[in-house]
Design a protein. Sequence first.
Length: 147
Amino acid sequence: MLDVSVVGLEVSDIPDWERLERSCFAQPWSAAQLESGLTQGSLAGLGAKRDGVLLGYLAYYLICESLEILNIAVAPTERGQGIGAQLLAAVLAQASAHGATRAVLEVSAGNQAALALYSRFGFVEVGRRPRYYPESGADAILMERGV
Ligand SMILES: CC(C)(COP(=O)(O)OP(=O)(O)OC[C@H]1O[C@@H](n2cnc3c(N)ncnc32)[C@H](O)[C@@H]1OP(=O)(O)O)[C@@H](O)C(=O)NCCC(=O)NCCS
């Protein structure tokens, strides 16, 4: 497992965050979306950094007893080294400390790596939105676990 520091992301991280986002997704969040999410409180971010370089992030929304995992991504060259698992473990620990009792997320049925990661952490399927993703036609799988 690669040793990284997991830290809260701030507005000053947005240029690196946006670069990482663009390297991971065909339809990335823009810097403006990240900034309005952070400043308006509709998302928070955890970053995995090594020597100050952002290698992965997890975006989430924590409200009352519920943790919503909005997105997770690790730089393509850094995958398979436990960074995604460290981010997920960190957000679950943080949510637990804030009194959350359940964690929810949505993932494409075609995303084997993410599905395997979430299953390994005990998330189970609780629902589906058929053909939710227009680009691929894949279902969205709704997953949940206790915190
Ligand atoms: C999903 C993602 C974040 C995983 O990050 P990662 O750092 O590579 O994951 P880890 O190395 O921490 O792996 C943890 C577990 O996830 C599962 N996993 C991760 N990548 C996998 C793959 N390619 N195939 C199968 N299982 C995989 C395994 O269970 C793994 O545990 P193991 O190493 O003990 O077998 C990464 O693949 C990614 O950034 N994908 C593109 C963005 C994306 O699709 N995000 C999800 C949006 S919902």
